[in-house]
Design a binder for this molecule. Structure first.
Ligand code: AP5
Length: 216
């Protein structure tokens, strides 16, 4: 069983690499961002509150996201999990550790994907996603083969995110540096940190992540 955390700022490529790992190894992707977008689409009171927070680029409360992960981890049967965008605070990291212990699961690695801020802006501003299967694209670096049609599932429901604008991105980056980057030291101290160059091409990043996981 392989359990891995993908750690990195908005646009580092966490979702892209999580999908590659899912296809290659059958791991289950647990993306708190995707779970929260599902919650906001549900139109409930909680979903409306979450939407406001996400659109500003702030972090949703620890209580909500820990609850979401707890629920999914308890349900899923899998050869392993990819934590994509979780944990994002020290409290979330402690909660994940306790949860994995309770379920008798280990953590293989926390992989930090390093990308500089200028590249993040370019990545976020060109990103679009398939609303049906979740495949992630980019106007320049990963366009669809046929304009307006998803390569994976043929859907024409291609979407851009409400928080992918300059103002929200500035706040998302601020939240990352203030609250999430301390996790780099946290996992280093636990002997679990691996660092990959997130500026490399998508396949090269995937190759480095595979090496980290295969080394064990
Ligand atoms: P979330 O959905 O997790 O967003 P994020 O962390 O900001 O990360 P992104 O999804 O923007 O980027 P990514 O790293 O997945 O990059 P991607 O692969 O798409 O969170 C959204 C919001 O939800 C948060 O702001 C917060 O409000 C809330 N939230 C979520 N989790 C939370 C938590 N745990 N606690 C509290 N609040 C939480 O790639 C980006 C683009 O770059 C794509 O177009 C892609 O094609 C391209 N690309 C990817 N890799 C490469 C490459 N190597 N070279 C060139 N282009 C590339």
């Amino acid at each position: 069983m392989i359990n891995v955390i993908l750690l990195g700022p908005p646009g580092a490529g966490k979702g892209t690499q999580a999908r590659i790992l899912t296809e290659a190894r059958g791991l289950v992707q647990l993306s708190t961002g995707d779970m929260l977008r599902e919650a906001r689409a549900s139109g409930t009171e909680m979903g409306r509150k979450v939407a406001e927070v996400m659109d500003r680029g702030d972090l949703v409360t620890d209580e909500i996201v820990i609850g979401l992960i707890e629920e999914r981890l308890g349900q899923a049967k899998s050869p392993g999990f990819i934590f994509d965008g979780f944990p994002r605070t020290l409290a979330q990291a402690d909660a994940l550790g306790a949860l994995l212990d309770r379920l008798g699961l280990g953590l293989d690695a926390a992989i930090e994907m390093g990308v500089d801020d200028a590249a993040l802006v370019a990545r976020i501003s060109g990103r679009f996603t398939c609303g049906n299967c979740g495949e992630v694209y980019h106007d320049e670096t990963k366009p669809t083969s046929k304009p307006g049609v998803c390569d994976k599932c043929g859907s024409t429901d291609l979407r851009r995110r409400a928080d992918d604008n300059a103002e929200a991105l500035k706040q998302r980056l601020m939240e990352y540096y203030k609250k999430t980057s301390p996790l780099i030291g946290y996992y280093y101290a636990k002997g679990k940190l691996a660092v990959v160059d997130g500026l490399a091409e998508i396949d090269a990043v995937a190759g480095t992540i595979a090496e980290v996981l295969d080394k064990g």
